[in-house]
Design a protein around this ligand. Structure first.
Ligand code: HEM
Length: 354
């Protein structure tokens, strides 16, 4: 609770406004490399954006050798769980054997050691220049003191950074890849969204104004409803026996809410298999009905940040480029680590602007 309280403010309110410009600038910079007729995988491009955003906003990292090394190592670590089979390693401790650098778990352990080394180097270096705290979240964590006046230890800092690196960028990249898929798969959705975006000047608008656009919000919300990036909230262990819909659940039992199944209940979402952003314009859903970011006292810390980033990146891309799906067909989610991501990564082609 103490650490959540500490981490909450930078992900909300005024601090978010400052990140708005950063997010739009990074998006513009990454997509400026696209040329007419280029084919690209939305998932990889979106990951380039979201990783840069996390490294800049959370870590305050600037271009340089360590920045590049952290980027490379993290990407390699995440890629090692790309196939559904290798992802099972994350869920079963008995499979986690280090059989040398060529074995899947051994490779992961070595990458993690390297990332740890880089993170500890960064923490120590930043501690030694304590006067020059910036706007980023690592700076904030370095400056806090507990009741006894003690700063966070290197290990605590490393754990927080590692959690945010892992929880914060792959999820957002996958959500954006799905959003690009749906917007280009259903022409009416794209048209309606473009109409809304054209009503303001995205290039010069205040990021907060973009974030308040109702249809853009509905498209992002529906994207996270139909295929939530995380299908299950993280498991909870019952502290006391509980009755649930006629079942007696004993103390100590591990339970997890299935986000996907909740989002596909036809009594809450009529025609649940259809992508219909309008549902979010017609009514509000309670936290028990709509929970792409989990719920309760461990709900995702990055909720507001992730929604903000999704909206700004989507608005930036759509206002600058015309894109088309290379294969306009139904897409299903496949497992990647603990997330579910569009099979094939959503290939798009850059068209002449019309
Ligand atoms: C679309 C993007 C994202 C999705 C779908 C998502 C989803 C989730 C979910 C389902 C959980 C588990 C909640 C629970 O068990 O009740 C979670 C936890 C968490 N997320 Fe996110 N997340 C996203 C982006 C982010 C970002 C951008 C950050 C931070 C920069 C972040 C930081 C965290 C942290 C720190 C936790 C653990 C909270 C705790 O255990 O107290 N997430 N997220």
């Amino acid at each position: 609770m103490q650490q959540r309280k500490l981490l909450m403010p930078p992900f909300h309110g005024e601090r978010m406004r400052a990140y708005g410009q950063l997010i739009s600038d990074i998006a513009k910079q990454v997509i400026s490399q696209w040329k007419i007729s280029d084919v690209f995988k939305a998932r990889s491009s979106m990951q380039e954006i979201s990783l840069t955003v996390i490294l800049r906003a959370v870590f305050g990292l600037k271009e340089g050798e360590r920045y590049q090394e952290i980027r490379k190592t993290l990407t390699a670590m995440l890629d090692s769980f790309e196939s559904p089979l290798s992802a099972t390693l994350l869920f079963f401790k008995t499979l986690q054997h280090d059989l040398g650098p060529l074995s899947p778990w051994g490779n992961f352990v070595r990458q993690r050691e390297l990332l740890d080394k880089l993170l500890y180097q960064e923490i120590r270096e930043r501690r030694s220049q304590s006067e020059s705290f910036g706007e980023d979240i690592l700076s904030l964590l370095l400056s806090v003191r507990d009741e006894a006046g003690q700063p966070m230890t290197d290990v605590e800092l490393r754990d927080e950074l590692m959690t945010m690196l892992f929880a914060g960028h792959e999820t957002t990249a996958t959500a954006l890849a799905w959003a690009l898929y749906w917007v280009h798969y259903i022409p009416q959705v794209r048209e309606k969204l473009l109409q809304e975006l054209n009503s303001i000047n995205v290039g010069s608008a205040d990021p907060m104004e973009i974030a308040r656009l109702p249809y853009l919000n509905a498209v992002c919300s529906e994207t996270l409803r139909i295929y939530p990036v995380v299908f299950f909230a993280l498991p909870r262990i019952l502290q006391a026996p509980m009755q649930l819909m006629g079942y007696e659940l004993p103390k100590g039992m591990l339970i997890s809410a299935c986000i996907y199944l909740t989002h596909h209940r036809p009594d809450i979402y009529p025609q649940p298999k259809q992508f219909k952003p309008e549902r979010f314009l017609e009514r509000q859903f309670s936290p028990y009905e709509y929970l792409p970011f989990g719920g309760g006292n461990r709900r995702c810390l990055g909720l507001a940040f992730a929604m903000f980033e999704m909206k700004l990146v989507l608005a930036t891309i759509l206002s600058q480029y015309s894109l088309e799906l290379v294969e306009p067909r139904p897409l299903l989610p496949v497992r990647r680590g603990i997330t579910f991501t569009p099979a094939g990564g959503v290939r798009l082609v850059v068209k002449e602007r019309y």
